[in-house]
Design a protein around this ligand. Sequence first.
Ligand code: BTN
Length: 244
Amino acid sequence: LGKTIIHKSVTPSTQQVAHQAVQEDAVHGTVIIADEQTKGKGRMNRSWHSAKGKGIWMSIVLKPEIPPHLAPQLTLLSATILAETLAEFTALEPKIKWPNDIFIHNKKTAGILTEMQAEQDQIQYVVIGMGINVNQDVDEIPEDLRGKATSLQIESTNSWNITELIQHILVKFEDAYSKYIENGFSDVKVIWERYGYKIGEIVTIKTMRESWKGKFLGIAEDGALLTTKDGEIKKLYSAEIEWN
Ligand code: BTN
């Protein structure tokens, strides 16, 4: 992992660079890093603010030999890697909001966007995009997000070395990824639940069709969200959870 690193000072989106790199035969583990993105992409078609030198805007190309339906596990795995790295590196206490947002002090600090290309029940490749707000001040967080988004600097009152942080993430990624490929999801589940936010608490669960209040029970052996609904346990693969 990271034997090939493509560094861009400015690019629309490292995800886009990653897809392009695959067309040009990028190998498994290719890493794309940008100082600044002009069209950073978030989940659900949202945009992702990626100002110059303020954070980590990085995409990793993976070519895992797992069936496509297991790809969401790679996203949960990536969230555990970020949470563990941030905990070790900053001594802050990151939490993972299901499935993969990193929260510190109840505000979002990092997000993960997974994009997969699959054909005939086989993964061609996956791009894991990670966005981490590192050295923004409060006034550098867009005004409409200030109540919800934060950075490592805001929460720790320190600035952080972005290159060092990237190195730590890549070292941990390499190790955690190969363990996952060898041993499967069960260890990832344990680490995910160590950092999982609001486990055991009543949260609002939103699916495409409905929303209700239920107890967030943690994640299943395969990574699905476990929650209660009308006294029964439900397993969900695509949902959002919220609280006040
Ligand atoms: C989210 O919505 O929480 C996911 C945000 C993912 C942002 C990262 S920054 C690097 C990579 N390139 C992008 O355009 N998006 C991802």
